[in-house]
Structures are given as C-alpha cells and as structure tokens.
Design a protein around this ligand. Structure first.
Ligand code: UDP
Length: 718
C-alpha cells in the first residue's frame, strides 16, 4: 500500500493511511474512489470481495467494518510508526472534497485531540444515550461512525477495546467508548461538531448549501451555513443518500459552470463498428399514442445495425394493433431476433417489462434499450448512450415547451416526484452534463452485465401499488445502482398523450395543440416555409388572387376522411340552423368545423400559418388574431350540388384550400372571378387561393362534371 509523507508547518513528519471498507464494487465505491483520485488521495479498500456480514444497513449493523479495520491496524502497528495517522471513512456514501494535506491541517488544528469522529444531529442507534453526552448544546451533538481521523495507537486501542461481532452496530460501539469519560479523556477523543472536516447530511439539509455557481471559485463546494465551515468530506448517512447523489453531480470536480461536465467524458467508450455491442431494443406501446406511425419509423431508422439488435415489440393497445402488426410483419426479419407481445396475450405492463429485462439478462445481450412509444429520439441517441460508458442512462426527453420530462430530480419520502433545485436548469439545458437522478422513465439504456450480479437480483418492475417504472427505479435505488440522465445533446422529446382521443376519425389531426412538432411535420405543406423566402415570387393566377402551399397531401386526405366519416352534409337549402340568422343566401353542401370539433384548430391555423401569408401580400392590413365565423368544407359533385352561383363573400379576405386534385379526383370545377374574367381550374392539392372578399372579387364555383371536389373555405374578418 501507499502512504503519504506530509510536511506540515512545524516540519513534523506525518505518515497518513486512508482506509475504507467495501465488500462490493458498486457505483457508490466507484464514485468514492473517483473523488479520492480527484484530490490525489490513495485509499486502501478493506474487505474487497468478501461477504458482507454486517447486516442490513437500514438497521443497526456494520460491526464488520471494525473487525476489518482491527485486522489492518494490527498489521500496521507492527511497522512501529507511532505517529501514523489513520483516516477511516465509509465508502458507498462518502465523497472527498479536499486533499489529504488540507484534511490533515484541519485535524491538527483541533486542540489536544488524538482522535476526531464525525458528528451528526441524531443519536443513533440508541436514542437513550443522548443524555449521557457531555455537551449537546452544539450544532451536531452526536457521534457518527462514518468517518474519523486520529493517531494509530489510540485508534488501535479503540478497536481493540472489546470484541465486536460483525452484526453489532459500529456506531453504537464507538459511541459507548466516547461516552466513557475515562476513555474519552485518556484517548483524547473529540467530535467534529461543526463539520470542519466531516459533514453528515442526514438532518442537516437546511444547514448545508451546495454552491455550484460562484464567481470566485471554479469548482462547486458545500458550505455549512450554520457553522460557517466548508467541509472536506461529505457523508450521505442514512436516508440522505439521494441528496448526496445530487451533490455528487457537482462536487469533487464533477461539473462546473466554467469547466463544464467532467463526468461526461471520464467513462467514454469508443464504439468500434466491427465490435458493436448487442442490444435488446424493447419497445413498449402501453397507451394510445399520438403519431405512432412516426414512432415506428423512428424505431426502424435508429442508427445501429439491425443484426446487432434483438427487437422486442410490445403493444398493449388494441387500437394500434393493425399498424404494429403490419410493422412487425414487414420488418421482423431484418433484426437479429424479433419477438412480439400483443394485446391478446393479456400480459401486464410490469410483466412485459420484466420479460424484456430477463430475456436480455439470459441471452447474449449486452444492453437493454427500453423505449416507450411516447419518446421521440434522434437517430444517434442509442450510439451516444452506449458510448457514454454509464451503466444506466437515459437521454433527456421533454414535452416541448413544458417542464414535463422523463426524469425526476428528487423523490419525496413516499417515493413520488419531488423537484430538485436544478431540475429546471437540466430540463432547459441551462446546465449540461450527465446527472445522477433517482428516477428515469420512457427511454433508457441499461448494461446487462450489471443485472447479472447477485446484488441486482431484486431489481424488478413489479411492486404492489406503484407503476412499473417507479418499481424499477425504486429497486435500483435500493441496491445502490445509479441512474443518470444526460442532457449533453438534444436527443429528442416526448409526445403528450393526454388529450389523444381515439374515438375520433384521424385523431392525430386533433393534436395540433398538444403535439405541435409532430403535427406540423405531418400536416404542414413541405414547401410552406418557402413562402417566406425573400426572392420568392408569389403566384397570382388572377388579379389579387394569391396562391400559396399551406397544408400537406396527408392533411388533405385526412381532413376529407374526417368530414366523410361525420357525414352530416348540409342540405344546400337557404335554411341553415347552424347560423345565427338561420338563413344562408348562397348555400353549399358543407360541414362546419365546429361540427367536427376542429374549429379551434382551424382558427389556430388561420392565425399561425395563414395570417403571415396575408400580411406579406396584402400589405398594411393587420388583424391578429384573424376572425372567422364561417369555416367549412364544401363538397361539389354532379349528383348533389355541382357548382355555386356568382356571389360576394362577406369577408375582408377569403381563403379557399384545395383538398383534392382536378382530373384525378374529379373533372371540371374551379373558381371564376367574373370582374376579371379569370378562372383557376388547375387547383393544386394543399394550396390555398387567397382573395379579397366583399367588393372586387365577385366569383362563382365552376361546374364539377365527374367525381367529387372538396374545398376548405374561410371568410376571414367578416
Ligand atoms: N458496506 C460494505 N458492504 C455492504 C454494506 C456496507 O462494505 O454490503 C460498508 C461501506 O463502506 C458503506 C458502509 O459499510 O459505506 C456503511 O454502509 P451504508 O453506507 O449503507 O450505511 P450508512 O452510512 O447509511 O450507515
């Protein structure tokens, strides 16, 4: 082992040995050793690979730590160096925040002290002993055994004071020695009441502040605002482990506002194309999902060779089954293996998720990549997560414009959502990095070798009374597996299923407000944005009649389907109960948008996408939002109403969107502007005609001779 020779101000030579206990190599130990490395501290780990017989650490226990330490100190004592200093700490929930030199200096500033124990606010495990403490009028009155520093002879005497069984409580053992006045005084044992060195977090959360963005310091630190100390070692004792996880995202030079995310690159793996890991891509469709078609496309276009992917496609929504089945039939054979779980299998969500995990554990599968249908990912997400080197990691996904994401920054004592102080900063990418968090969902990558260890046998998606992801994350927390969320890059977003109403025809059409990204991608004309190019010459087929691409082909066909499924076309007479007056002078066969629940949506389209076009060509007229009471689809066909007589519209301007195509879907048709003797017959799918309404553009609907013509009309600003 390695020892330090430290020269302090009085030139006295101190020989320091840093010791800890860790029977298992877990994420807690890894983080502890990282912090030691950051501060140049060499730690000897005792008990490595041996069986933990110290009991359940949520209960009294831990005597094994004393026995391991006793063995080591006995060995050290044989070297005869009396002035050797021993620093002992727990490992799974401890971080070093300073160099050994700083720690030693602090220790030696305690007067008349040969052994200094950490201190905390709770007298544990035996509260009755509180009254025996010599001084409880201090910040942290009681002994904590998670950290102590002192001279070898005294510590040796302490650990040899009497036999202790592995199952006994180590804190109780040390406490009793401390409470013995004679021993306390003869061995010069003191407690670090002010957290000058050791900061225990349990019960101290309002005393301890994380300073993560100060102008004076490069790296974040913690300050005990009650004792005005800057602790050098932090311990997430008892139930404060999640707080330590949060602090650990910043402390020990993990992240800084100027240096960025140190933890992002420390574990990075280079993916070699000839040696790519095998991934089980487990896809879960647990609820009716907007824009599922685009989701399945994304599954297919993931940037990863399909012969390295085992596909598990689970659908539990009858409504989506045909689409999912078509996808599976078409693509299953492209994957290394492919398995389905259908609604008719009657498998619960938690079972399905366990099946995916266990299938991966029990096969030649390196990673589980779990994706819910609500996640929308960039194609390179899987590769990025694989190369991050983290065992369990989620890409940050957020509902656009909202604070809803696929992780929690904290959990409350009941295991439910709680907001961490940095939650919004992570969501908005004000700070970027990889973040240890207590809950992830919707999409994550998990390394399977970790799940093959005995320690993780209890990890499960099934737990009475809580949903599967909460069960999964709770069981990961219990076995000390850290979950991370990365917001280093834009990985995608979440769709919002809350208002998705599958009783509608083409329900995605109704998602303009809740899933605007998907909606505009699918339904806005692919050339819509070209309308705004500076050099663009707007088409004007007749005087002051402008022509713009507005909606996609898909929009037009779905829009017609919605009308036809509704089917209640007006009768073409002058009596119209839908109107306030009850009278329509120039009637058509039509359906109003408020009859099919699309009024709000259409008005939004007018405001967001039509108004800017109007402002471009009819300059100087601004009216926002545009008002339109009459928004309707007209159907012209030979056996019903094939044409419309000349008329003026009661509007400032009128828009007329072609929902289908002349000479393909119908013959004849079009619009004639009588004053100019000008007609538009070759209307274009998804393009709108925009013309002034009231006075100049007296017009008629030309005769449809075959098939059915559909147009969408609005009289804007009547
Ligand atoms: N420990 C160990 N193996 C175990 C459990 C605990 O080596 O299976 C050691 C490790 O150093 C850990 C310490 O015992 O940090 C105390 O356990 P824990 O941190 O769970 O307890 P707490 O600090 O909450 O009392």
């Amino acid at each position: 082992t390695y020892t330090y020779i430290i020269f302090n101000s009085s030139r006295k030579i101190n020989d320091v040995q840093v010791l800890t206990v860790a029977t298992d190599e877990n994420h807690g130990l890894e983080r502890f050793l990282r912090s030691a490395k950051v501060y140049g501290i060499d730690v000897e780990v005792l008990g490595k690979g041996t069986k933990w017989t110290g009991g359940d650490m949520n209960l009294p226990g831990g005597g094994q730590k004393i026995n391991l330490l006793k063995e080591k100190l006995t060995e050290l004592s044989k070297s005869g160096k009396k002035e050797k200093i021993i620093l002992f700490t727990d490992s799974y929930d401890v971080l070093f925040l300073a160099s050994i030199d700083d720690i030693l200096k602090k220790f030696q500033s305690f007067p008349d002290t040969r052994v200094l124990f950490a201190a905390e606010q709770f007298c544990w495990p035996d509260t009755k002993l509180a009254s025996q403490y010599p001084n409880i009028e201090v910040a942290n009155p009681y002994l904590n055994s998670g950290g102590f520093i002192g001279y070898l002879p005294e510590i040796l005497e302490i650990v040899n004071y009497k036999p202790v069984s592995d199952k006994d409580d180590d804190q109780l053992y040390y406490t009793k020695i401390y409470l013995d006045k004679n021993l306390r005084e003869s061995l010069k044992i003191k407690l670090d009441h002010n957290s000058a060195i050791f900061q225990n977090l349990n019960g101290a959360l309002s005393d301890v502040q994380l300073k993560s963005n100060t102008s004076t310091e490069i790296w974040p630190y913690i300050e005990n605002v009650v004792t005005k100390q800057r602790p050098l070692i932090v311990h997430g004792n008892g139930p404060s482990k999640l707080t330590l996880n949060h602090f650990g995202n910043y402390l020990a030079k993990a992240w800084s506002s100027t240096e960025g995310c140190a933890m992002c690159n420390e574990k990075r793996i280079e993916l070699k194309d000839d040696k790519l890991p095998t991934v089980m891509m487990a896809v879960f469709i647990e609820q009716a999902t907007p824009f599922l078609e685009e989701f399945l496309d994304q599954v297919l276009t993931t940037d990863y060779p399909k012969d390295k992917i085992h596909l598990l496609l689970r659908n539990n929504v009858e409504y989506h089954e045909t689409e999912v089945d078509d996808f599976f039939q078409a693509h299953a054979k492209e994957y290394a293996t492919a398995k389905r779980i259908k609604p008719s299998d009657f498998i619960s969500e938690s079972e399905a998720r366990n099946i995916a995990k266990d299938r991966c554990i029990n096969s030649a599968c390196d990673y589980l990549f779990s994706i819910d249908s609500l996640s929308r990912l960039e194609a390179n997400t899987l590769r990025h997560l694989l190369s991050s080197g983290y065992d369990v990691i989620a890409p940050l996904l957020v509902r656009p414009g909202l604070a809803w994401s696929n992780f929690w920054g904290a959990v409350n004592s009941a295991g439910f959502y709680a907001r961490s102080s940095d939650y919004m900063d992570i969501v908005y990418q004000n700070i970027k990095g990889v973040w240890n968090v207590p809950f992830i969902t919707n999409c994550y990558l998990a390394k399977m070798s970790l799940f093959r260890l005995p320690a993780t046998k209890t990890v499960t998606y099934t737990r009475e009374g809580i949903d599967p992801d909460m069960a999964f994350c709770a069981s990961l927390r219990e076995v000390g597996v850290y979950m991370y969320v990365s917001n280093e890059l834009d990985f995608g977003h979440l769709v919002n299923p809350e208002t998705y109403d599958i009783s509608r025809t083409n329900p995605d059409m109704y998602q303009l407000f809740d899933n605007k990204m998907e909606w505009t991608t699918r339904y806005l004309h692919e050339e819509y944005h070209l309308n705004f190019d500076e050099e663009r010459k707007h088409l004007m087929p007749c005087p002051d009649v402008y022509w713009f691409p507005l909606m996609s082909k898909r929009f037009c066909s779905e829009w017609i389907e919605i009308m036809e499924a509704f089917g209640q076309w007006s009768d073409g007479s002058n009596n119209d109960k839908r109107l306030e007056s009850g009278y329509e002078a120039v009637p058509t066969r039509d359906i109003h948008m408020n009859q099919v629940g699309l009024e709000r949506h259409w008005l939004h389209i007018l405001k967001e996408y039509v108004r800017p076009l109007q402002e471009m060509v009819f300059t100087g007229y601004y009216h926002n939002p545009p008002v339109s009471v009459m928004n309707f689809v007209v159907r012209y066909r030979p056996d019903e109403q094939p044409s419309l007589r000349p008329h003026h519209d009661s509007s400032t301007y009128t828009i007329n969107l072609a929902l289908n195509t002349p000479n393909v879907d119908f013959e004849g048709g079009g619009c004639r502007f009588i004053r100019y003797n000008c007609s538009v017959r070759d209307t274009k799918l998804g393009w709108l005609l925009m013309h002034p309404g009231r006075l100049t553009h007296y017009h008629e609907g030309l005769l449809v001779t075959k098939g059915t013509r559909y147009i969408m009309i609005s009289f804007v600003d009547p």
